[in-house]
Design a protein around this ligand. Sequence first.
Ligand code: NPW
Ligand code: ATP
Ligand code: MG
Length: 364
Amino acid sequence: MQQYYGGIIRRQQHLIRCLGADHQSNSINTLRLVNNSNTRMQSAMSGGGPTLEADALSILRSISPTLDSSKHKGQAGKIAVLGGCREYTGAPYFSAISALKIGADLSHVICTKDAAPVIKSYSPELIVHPLLEESYSVREEDRKSVSTLILAEVDKWMERFDCLVIGPGLGRDPFLLDCVSDIMKHARQRNVPMVIDGDGLFLVTNRLDLVSGYPLAVLTPNVNEYKRLVQKVLNCEVNDQDGPQQLLSLASSIGGVTILRKGLSDYISDGKEVRSVSIFGSPRRCGGQGDILSGSVAVFLAWARKLVDKEGPTMSPTMLGCIAGSALMRKAASLAFEDKKRSTLTTDIIECLGRSLEDICPVR
Ligand SMILES: NC(=O)C1=CN([C@@H]2O[C@H](COP(=O)(O)OP(=O)(O)OC[C@H]3O[C@@H](n4cnc5c(N)ncnc54)[C@H](OP(=O)(O)O)[C@@H]3O)[C@@H](O)[C@H]2O)[C@@H](O)CC1
Ligand SMILES: Nc1ncnc2c1ncn2[C@@H]1O[C@H](COP(=O)(O)OP(=O)(O)OP(=O)(O)O)[C@@H](O)[C@H]1O
Ligand SMILES: [Mg+2]
């Protein structure tokens, strides 16, 4: 079956070349054809059942709040990104600024003391908290008191956050990851949703108890991160022949967390259902696109939670948030690529977030 559909994809690509299509300007279309074939393939492989492809644009429209002058600052969402260390300052910035560009009212970054001035200098829009510490800056005997202090400082803000993004550019320092584990336990006690990405996934893969059974946890693994999760949780290798089923098992084995598996098509499951998002996209794979996605999912998840509270459950808010976040990120990437082609960078994609949202869901 896979071979058969592989053949169809190759024939489509050959047809495009024979029609004399310009390679560069048609790479997005080619990608769409491949994506469509891929979706059909998944559908056929699941016994010809209904397509897994979500109606992402309708979902995105339905959860985006109207702009209304009676609303006050904060009602459209307050997001906090836990990430940013000596090595990585770009990733938390990309995630936090994306949340603002999509429509959150306030975006915080909680990072290490030495990453903070750098992140502040990228943007005056972000609220940057220089709270976290790495092992090298804390003496062994001070670690307990320092971690208690960090937790107390983050706790002051915790209830105000509509969603936490944990991991973009966090690094893997053991002392820092211990502090973040404590913060996650407190967030969970207060029912604050968490989107876990990058080094947050490194932490969670080794400490599954931090998210297991928490329905407001979203994991957004890339290829490497997904492989490590599958090996750890399912004790086997990634099986692309039966990708959706394996994703479903993985999400259900971690107690119903939602997993967004990033790739040519994004696949999303909360252990009960699987959906895919294949629309739009770009063939450019510059670093930082996953960070945009984590900030987007955080905003849409916060919005979906409000909608689900009001209108009763349809799909889980975490599924809705992932589907909308994925569609918007892929649309922005495709717009940026149309303009910048090979030189497309993450900052170009961020600049396209507003126009993408407006194209899909115009301000009334
Ligand atoms: N502009 C920025 O600031 C950006 C920053 N980014 C940030 O980078 C971080 C890592 O994310 P990534 O996507 O590079 O992780 P991934 O594909 O698993 O690793 C690739 C290879 O590297 C290795 N490795 C990674 N980290 C390691 C560490 N701390 N210490 C040791 N090894 C490490 C890893 O080895 P492995 O664990 O597989 O043995 C694998 O072979 C994360 O915080 C992300 O948010 C990105 O968002 C992009 C934009
Ligand atoms: N082959 C692909 N074709 C089209 N879009 C893709 C492809 N791979 C990933 N994407 C999209 O790019 C986004 C980021 O995915 P990616 O796998 O690059 O994350 P990442 O490695 O975590 O990124 P980062 O560099 O920020 O850490 C996802 O929303 C996904 O939809
Ligand atoms: Mg990443």
